[in-house]
Design a protein around this ligand. Sequence first.
Ligand code: NAP
Ligand code: MG
Length: 478
Amino acid sequence: MDARNLIGGEWTETTNRTAVQNPAEWNHVVGTIPLSEAQDVDRALRAAQSARRAWKALGAVARGNILSQAANLLEAHLDELGLLAAQEMGKPIGEARGEAARAVAILRYYGGEGLRSVGEVIPATNPSTLQYTTREPLGVVGIITPWNFPLAIPMWKTAPALVYGNTVVLKPAELASLTAYRMWELIASLFPAGVVNLVLGLGSVAGEALIQHPLIQGVSFTGSTGVGQHIAETAVSRGVKYQLEMGGKNPVIVADDADLDLAVELTVSGAMRSAGQKCTATSRVIVMEGIRHEFTDRLVNRIQALQQGDPSQPETYLGPLVSQAQYDKVMSLIDRGRTEGGRVLTGGTPVGGPLARGYFVPPTVFDGVAAGATIAQEEIFGPVVALIPVKTVDEAIEVANDVRYGLSASVFTRNLKTAMACVEGIEAGLVRVNEETAGVELQAPFGGLKASSSHSREQGRAAIEFYTHTKTVAIRPS
Ligand code: NAP
Ligand code: MG
């Protein structure tokens, strides 16, 4: 597959291209993508700017109908999109297909959003004056996405941007560009030229040109905290609206009275699905002394039974990491975990055999990790969990909060008082009782506290707060 940019309704070429390797098998090239320059970004933004008025004037009902049609088109290609994502960024095919289905559901949700009411009628001092609020699109919105959800994240930003009347330029992660390209290729003809634009390439070049461009009125970003900080500074200096979703260091608390079958199953899937490469992945397991040994034995047994291998095979639970850089980062954090006194219960050493031709890290469990250790504090973004023993629920909540992130947290307990104490006490945007830390729903607000997010929320109806401005209108009949 040779991906291209979509600019003003045309599929365009660039001077330079780069190859995309399969992270499960380095010497397998999946396709090529363009390395766009600032001039490509400029053309895309001009196209989006020209399309802006007509798209707004079309109205929300018609815009929503187009999104619903896009859902139907994508739905006919779930298997193909799942396989492409598996080959491009290594997500096991079952999960990747599920993510494609999520992108469809997101389009349906925001398709319906075109029919829902907006604004309020507010009493005016003059009783014959009609005073109400309505919503105005920002204009041209720049969307910058990471590689770990190559289908769902571009769609959960683009669909609300469009239904609320914005035009869009998407710069997906270089490592997930083929998947974004194919998704856009399937639906692009439904939209008037210039409404959705796709520019592929490096963050440091194409992404930077996008956030610096004077035509951008809003930037929605998901990715690392460092890049997010830079985007925020750029946006503030230019008076542009911005939204950031960034890292996590998500804990589960396993209380003495937890249903251990459920706690083990959902800790494993929260930590190991997508090889731990989710912002909501379970990364710390705060476990109470009373069940510590039984829980730990069961967790390790379950993790040792996981099938690691080729992500395009349906029986694979755990694929590779996305890149050499991620592999090096995760392996060096594992080394750091050892030198800081953690004990490896399973995993922790490089994988041999045919898997050595890909970026496979074995699922790894650390025990006896101090709450202040690097692997208990820094985002790992790999299949690694740190068990942290505690004696009381209060101590568990304290440890849960003792990180700079605050995205998602879970507690496993049968005791309502423990559950409520955690719901109230944990500093995170998402708190889940007897549920895994990942697995959020598209119709509910999503976002974090502290360094995890810029305090706005995505998904569900919350998206309207970012993608529109409120306009207050007063009309006196004469
Ligand atoms: P990243 O390096 O921050 O990249 C995210 C996006 O920003 C990519 O499209 C990247 O382009 C682009 N970018 C890089 N430098 C830029 C710049 N100077 N200007 C504009 N754009 C720029 O993150 P990643 O490595 O892709 O993803 C992993 C991180 O994302 C993890 O920290 C994870 O926690 C976080 N994440 C958070 C959430 C959430 O919802 N909270 C969801 C998923 C991931 P290139 O990569 O193409 O260079
Ligand atoms: Mg990056």
